[in-house]
Design a protein around this ligand. Structure first.
Ligand code: DSN
Length: 482
């Protein structure tokens, strides 16, 4: 980070801002201060979290927030959007340049919003457009009631094939309880029950049988890379649109760790991502698309989304500018290398990992060998200052709530400067906690999936050991709050 992005300048910016906030609602200023203290004092291993730079964070706290700007650059439903146009155009330009994409849309407020815009765009481009042409209408307002009902039926009968949640896919990839599982006829592909790996022949066979309009590739808990050239081949064979959700690994694409067939952007018709995970920007989403999908994606707001968050688009521009710097490539490589070190740290201590390892930023630890559910492991680790999240493993016997896994990611601690030795120590500490955690029982005396007991003294010992590493790698060096 540059000098202006750390140290005394940042301290005075935040101290003054917190003073202003405290003059209205001191409890919010206190909670904000406490959050920094908590983040500084814990091992943040949630795979979808990171630490954005002060420049990114500060960009979000401005009056750009006060402007409505529904529509697109130069084509807004409100007057006075000239500065928002500048902001959005810059963010989109950085996104196009960073990812080598013909088109970028930076308005989505989150990853789920971005995915919904993608689905709507695919339906608009592949179903609505041809339908309107067939009946000779310019837009849906010109349709008779009868044709309108037929079009609604066409929309509702489309098919989507995505990765199942317990294999590492996301809720929005066709999980039945999610809107994506209801707006489409859905089917899911899983991973190999033995290896936990994606089997492209199985995906191909399912796609040939099901003939989806949308083939979804991407994950939020799969610890391996995907060959997107193969996924595109499959999509082309069945006439599907390939949609890639790279929310988790966008930083590894931006940082040129995932290149060639592992870079989804040239292969997908539409690629979506969040901006706050491995990409290390503000909370939000963005879409990249091939030219043919650009006009429908561009109508994301107001057809799917509420008005863009102009202050967040500004922060996206700042974060994407940071990601275009050479040091981001070093960071991204470190994220992937550190995941290897973390995985090796577990394997060398006899722990079981889904797929036997990792080649991205995620390590998925199967905690059943410790006799625990994911929920029990997550809680015990939190007691010891290790922040993780429980996650399903393939064919999870404990379901999606209690789960059998703990998902760990390296982006955040890599931002703090953790390296090989620290990640090995992190694995050691986690194994120590889990080996000293016993599953509990319910009030009725039956085995509980939630309660647990952590042996006395373990939490403090682990916190002390973590503090040594955390102190060596301070979060926001030089930032001192009053
Ligand atoms: N919340 C994101 C994650 O943790 O992966 C998915 O929505």
């Amino acid at each position: 980070m540059s000098d202006a992005n750390s140290g005394s300048l940042v301290s005075s910016a935040y101290n003054q801002a917190l003073e202003v906030i405290a003059s209205v609602e001191p409890r919010i200023a206190d909670a904000t201060r406490q959050e920094l203290a908590d983040q500084r004092a814990s091992l943040k291993l949630i795979a979808s979290e990171n630490y954005a730079s002060p420049a990114v964070l500060l960009t979000m706290g401005t009056w750009l927030s006060d402007k409505y700007a529904e529509g697109t650059i130069g084509h807004r439903f409100y007057a006075g959007c000239q500065n928002v146009d500048t902001v959005e155009a810059l963010a989109a330009e950085h996104a196009r340049e960073l990812f080598g994409a013909p088109y970028a849309y930076v308005q989505p407020h989150s990853g789920i919003d971005a995915n919904l815009v993608a689905y709507w765009s695919i339906l608009a481009h592949r179903v609505e457009g041809p339908w309107l042409e067939k009946v000779g209408a310019k837009n849906v307002n010109e349709l008779s009631d009868e044709d309108w009902e037929k079009l609604r039926h066409e929309f509702g009968s489309q098919r989507l094939l995505g990765m199942s949640l317990d294999s590492g896919g996301h809720l929005t990839h066709g999980f039945r309880p999610n809107i994506s599982g209801k707006m489409f006829h859905q089917q899911q592909y899983g991973t190999d029950p033995e290896t936990g790996l994606l089997d492209y022949d199985v995906v191909r066979a399912k796609a040939k049988e099901f003939k989806p309009l949308v083939l979804v590739a991407g994950y939020s808990a799969y610890p391996r890379r995907i060959n997107f050239a193969k996924m595109r081949e499959i999509a082309d064979e069945v006439g599907a649109t390939l949609f890639v959700d790279m929310a988790h690994f966008a930083g590894l694409v931006a940082g040129k760790v995932f290149t060639g067939d592992e870079n989804p952007v040239p292969f997908a018709h539409i690629t979506a991502t969040t901006t706050h995970k491995s990409l290390r920007g503000p909370r939000g989403g963005l879409l990249l698309a091939q030219e043919e999908y650009a006009p429908s994606v561009d109508r994301g707001c107001p057809m799917v989304l509420g008005g863009p968050l102009s202050h967040v688009m500004a922060a996206k521009a700042v974060a994407l500018a940071e990601a275009r710097r050479p040091e981001f490539q070093t960071y991204a490589q470190d994220v992937a290398d550190n995941a290897q070190h973390l995985a090796e740290g577990f394997l060398s201590r006899g722990a079981k990992l889904v797929t036997g390892g990792t080649d991205n930023h995620i390590v998925l630890l199967d905690v059943t060998s410790f006799g625990l559910t994911g929920r029990q492991a997550e809680s015990a680790l939190l007691d010891a200052g290790v922040v993780t999240n429980r996650n399903s493993v393939p064919a999870d016997p404990n379901g999606a709530w209690y789960t059998s896994g703990i998902r760990l990611g390296t982006p955040a601690l890599t931002t703090r400067g953790f390296g090989k030795d620290e990640f090995d120590r992190v694995a050691e500490l986690i194994v120590h906690v889990l080996q000293n955690t016993q599953p509990g029982t319910t009030k009725a005396g039956t085995p509980s999936q939630a309660s647990y007991s952590l042996a006395e003294g373990v939490a403090d010992k682990v916190k002390d050991a973590s503090a040594e590493m955390l102190d060596k790698h301070p979060l926001y060096p030089g930032l001192e709050l009053k």
